[in-house]
Design a protein around this ligand. Structure first.
Ligand SMILES: CC(C)(COP(=O)(O)OP(=O)(O)OC[C@H]1O[C@@H](n2cnc3c(N)ncnc32)[C@H](O)[C@@H]1OP(=O)(O)O)[C@@H](O)C(=O)NCCC(=O)NCCS
Length: 170
């Protein structure tokens, strides 16, 4: 299920990334996703999700591969008619700063619009990255959906959380 072989509206700085594919992952991709995200789970940047949890929510993910090797993914998790959340955004170190993360977030925003979600939230340490994408900072206490906090208890940093909450209307 290949969605894009090089997003036409996104200019990649590194000209030789010419075999890039954004796609909806399937269950066979879960092991590679877990390998990619492992270091960021260990340092607490990204929350651990079990294979079963990823399988249950596999349709929320968008992935990207270069030369057939998984190099990033993101999930758009719908909480309610009002709100969806961008989760587990990752691009491997060697392919950063070429617009792949931005493209993944833009694909989530497009998907949110297709589902008529009104706002997209993220909880992140990458505040500037999301500010560049026109997200606005909000106070965490004002996050409208209590369901989001159910995840916090699983976080390594709980209860001292330095993540920034940002939101964008779609
Ligand atoms: C956050 C993360 C996904 C970004 O991925 P990325 O592919 O490097 O993202 P982009 O290339 O789109 O953007 C990175 C920077 O390059 C810049 N950039 C991207 N494409 C560009 C282009 N074509 N020309 C000029 N600048 C560009 C962006 O403006 C951005 O600048 P910033 O550092 O000021 O935010 C990546 O750093 C990562 O995986 N980090 C570890 C996990 C993590 O923290 N995830 C976030 C959890 S919510």
């Amino acid at each position: 299920m290949i969605l894009t072989i090089l997003s036409p509206n996104f200019c990649l700085r590194r000209e030789y990334i010419n075999n890039i594919e954004y796609f909806k992952p399937t269950l066979k991709d879960i092991n590679d996703m877990q390998k990619l995200v492992k270091p960021y789970i260990e340092d607490g940047t990204i929350l651990h999700r079990s294979n079963d949890e990823i399988a249950t929510t596999i349709r929320s993910y968008t992935s990207v591969k270069i030369d057939n090797i998984l190099c990033g993914f993101v999930a758009l998790h719908i909480h309610s008619q009002e709100l969806a959340e961008i989760r587990s955004l990752i691009v491997d170190k060697t392919n950063r700063n070429h617009g792949i993360g931005t493209t993944l977030v833009n694909m989530c925003l497009k998907e949110a619009k297709q589902y008529n979600v009104k706002k997209v939230l993220t909880l992140t340490y990458k505040e500037q990255f999301f500010l560049n994408l026109n997200f606005d900072i909000i106070q965490k206490e004002t996050i409208p959906e209590h369901k989001i906090w159910a995840d916090c208890i699983k976080c390594k940093h709980f209860p001292i959380c330095n993540e920034i909450a940002l939101i964008k209307k779609v």
